[in-house]
Ligand binder design. Structure first.
Ligand SMILES: O=C1C[C@@H](C(=O)O)NC(=O)N1
Length: 452
């Protein structure tokens, strides 16, 4: 008989409610929610004073494998993920070679099936070169059962910036099309202005003027207009400006939306006030912008114009980050700390626990049509994390798990801690210890199997 786990007397945060009860898991799934379980053959975890959330589905990460494994790999970054309560991830196609064919996509699934500690999905990239290939593809094998995932990209770059390609793609594709939305022409013009003045060493404080509000707004507006014209299914990744939040609707349920969007945790946490302290460590694309933008993004998250929270987890080595402006890589590792960040907002009274579960767990499952995950329901996969809302600790080199070994959050004290994470019913993370035997047991998000 396989061992079952009973989590007793825990506050379950799920679907707009918090209920203190017991939960029984076994055979990879949630068997029963409620009291009065038979404890025979059952491992018991006392959940008194702790909270249980559905495992987070982080719908935008860069785990760097294959091709960029000096920064991170699927094993190291999924390990950091589960320690932060993230039990599923969707990885972006800017690995090397770029994921522009099904063969390359399948190679990533193969690697993850052997190495990942968390459930996995991968987006396929679309650009000018593979557009016809994509349009003629049987997309039923892509992420999402009814909505397939595509990431509109450019050679070696993530900006989707060719309106003709966009028109043709949006007119011919039924899949979810995710785009990184910044107008390249505007960014380049701004870069030239600052390069002339400062040569290579532009002060990082000008990053939000270079990757400007205008560049973001115009790109998002254009993409939405083209998507509406063709009734395409568009998802705009990591919004950074208050101005853009007004382009999105909150008067229809997520399931009925054709246009969706997200915010990444760092754009809620940092603002341009932090460039002086952290320099290029917080160089991200799109850029961290103003306090007003930060507040506007949280407001739009709370009133449902923004649908999900992601991390855009993007490890680079410290050496790659600490370079003059134009050479410094954009992006930073953050997947291990996204739930801590959101729970810190909860501690400050800015968001409820139920809303955090909605934006980090329920909605990513709904948005990407991921079946049987993202909610705490009987019969669903037991992807769960237990959090202690009264545990103080400080991010430091010693407890950072990303392969790159640093974080822009070093020195930050959090008041909450993830104590346990279950992936498909397996206790993969338990108070700082990992159950490495889970490697090779995580599943795809496409059809809940191991893709071989
Ligand atoms: O969208 C992205 C991609 C990421 C990366 O490094 O892959 N870095 C970023 O800053 N933004």
């Amino acid at each position: 008989m396989t061992e079952k786990t009973l989590i007793k007397n825990i506050s379950i945060v799920n679907e707009g409610q918090i209920i203190v009860t017991d939960i029984l898991i076994g055979n990879g799934v949630i068997l029963k929610i409620g009291r009065n379980h038979d404890a025979l053959d059952t491992k018991v975890i006392d959940g008194t004073d702790k909270y249980l959330l559905p495992g987070i589905i982080d719908a935008q990460v860069h785990f760097r494998e294959p091709g960029l494994t000096h920064k991170g790999n699927i094993y190291s970054e999924s390990r950091a993920a589960v320690a932060g309560g993230v039990t599923s991830f969707i990885d972006m196609p800017n690995t090397f070679p770029n994921v522009l064919t099904m063969d390359i996509l399948n190679e990533k699934y193969q690697i993850a099936s052997e190495k990942s500690l968390a459930n996995y999905g991968f987006l396929l990239g679309v650009n000018d070169d593979n557009l016809d290939y994509i349009i003629n593809l049987d997309t039923s094998k892509l992420l999402g059962v009814t909505d397939d995932g595509l990431y509109f990209t450019k050679k070696g770059n993530l900006l989707a910036d060719n309106p003709e390609t966009m028109e043709k793609l949006f007119a011919n594709c039924k899949s979810i099309i995710a785009i990184h939305s910044e107008k390249e022409q505007i960014v380049e013009e701004n870069e030239n202005v600052y390069r002339e003045k400062y040569s290579d060493d532009v002060p990082i404080a000008f990053h939000p003027q270079i990757r400007s509000e205008k560049a973001c707004y115009e790109a998002s507006k254009r993409a939405i207009d083209i998507a509406n014209k063709h009734k395409a299914r568009l998802h705009i990744l990591h919004l950074t400006t208050e101005a853009e939040t007004h382009l999105f609707r909150n008067d229809i349920p997520l399931k009925e939306k054709n246009i969706t969007t997200e915010v990444s945790v760092h754009h809620l946490w940092f603002s341009d006030q932090d460039y002086e302290r952290l320099g290029t460590l917080i160089k991200w694309n799109p850029a961290i912008k103003t306090e007003k933008d930060k507040k506007g993004l949280l407001k739009a998250l709370l009133d449902d114009r923004i649908d999900i929270v992601t991390t855009d987890h993007a490890p680079h080595t410290l050496e790659e980050k600490q370079k003059p402006y134009f050479q410094s890589m954009s992006g930073a590792p953050i997947v291990q700390h996204s739930l801590n960040i959101m729970l810190e907002f909860y501690k400050q009274g800015l968001i409820s626990l139920e809303k955090i579960a909605e934006k980090m767990c329920h909605n990513p499952a709904t948005l990407y049509s991921i079946e049987n995950r993202g909610f705490i329901r009987e019969g669903y996969f037991a992807d769960l994390s237990i959090v202690d809302l009264d545990s103080v600790w400080t991010v430091s080199k010693e407890n950072i798990l990303s392969k790159c070994g640093w974080s822009p959050l070093e020195g930050t004290t959090f008041q909450t801690k993830v104590t346990h994470s279950f992936v498909n019913g397996n206790l993969v993370y338990n108070n700082g210890q990992f159950n490495e035997s889970i490697k090779g047991k995580a599943l795809t998000l496409t059809n809940n199997t191991q893709r071989k």
